[in-house]
Ligand binder design. Structure first.
Ligand code: COA
Length: 191
């Protein structure tokens, strides 16, 4: 196992809701299908860039592999729902064919969107990416995904149209550039 039962970070969303952030663990995989089922069709489409009515075995495999691959990482956010800590969002980084560059994808359950969680996840995963030796983080975002584009822009990602595909936008952030506005200020204090 790549990570021991790890340090859990305690943060707050913009509306004051407490959330926990920690790496995905093998025990969480059972929750993956439930998490997926809780997402709207549109959010699935935005994340996978294709219709995805159910979590395919290969998508689940991809999640599971991240647990063991040394330079891949998934950070999940949990909140208390009906007395239990449940996953409400997550961010994944995977290496690219360039040694110092990794690619991110982030997802937040619909009813938890717009509260700063996507931003918190992005900022936390940037620190993990640096620990894993990456210098740059990239993401491929559908050009119609205004929420993700806005979140990326607010977090100082540079956006550029893909040279060959007008339907997607490339987001890029050099990890050693200082953040414009600390998300920790945003995430630590209930409003
Ligand atoms: C894209 C996604 C991850 C964003 O998550 P989120 O928790 O809603 O993100 P945030 O709340 O941090 O940011 C989104 C909003 O806050 C704003 N925001 C983010 N950081 C901000 C900051 N520092 N200051 C001010 N506003 C900020 C954004 O402009 C955006 O505003 P909007 O809701 O009015 O459009 C979420 O919508 C999602 O899961 N979508 C479906 C899957 C997807 O598209 N994934 C991206 C694939 S790469």
């Amino acid at each position: 196992m790549k990570f021991r039962r790890t340090r859990t970070l305690h943060r707050f969303l913009d509306d004051g809701t407490p959330v926990r952030l920690r790496p995905l663990e093998a025990d969480d995989l059972d929750q993956a299908a439930q998490f997926f089922a809780g997402m709207s069709e549109q959010s699935r489409y935005m994340r996978f860039m294709a219709p995805m009515p159910r979590l395919t075995p290969s998508a689940l495999d991809m999640v599971e592999r991240t647990l063991w691959e040394s330079r891949s990482f998934i950070l999940v956010a949990l909140a208390e729902i009906e007395g239990e800590q449940r996953i409400i969002g997550g961010v994944r980084i995977v290496p690219t064919d360039r040694d110092a560059v990794c690619e991110f994808s982030v997802i937040v359950l619909d009813r938890w969107q717009g509260k700063g969680l996507g931003t918190l996840l992005l900022h936390e995963v940037e620190k993990h990416a640096m620990r894993l030796g990456f210098h740059d983080l990239e993401g491929i975002i559908l050009a119609v995904n205004t929420k993700m584009l806005a979140a990326a822009q607010h977090n100082r990602y540079k956006l550029a149209h893909h040279p060959d595909d007008p339907t997607v936008v490339m987001a890029h952030r050099h990890l050693y550039a200082p953040a414009l506005r600390s998300p920790y200020r945003r995430g630590r204090r209930p409003g």
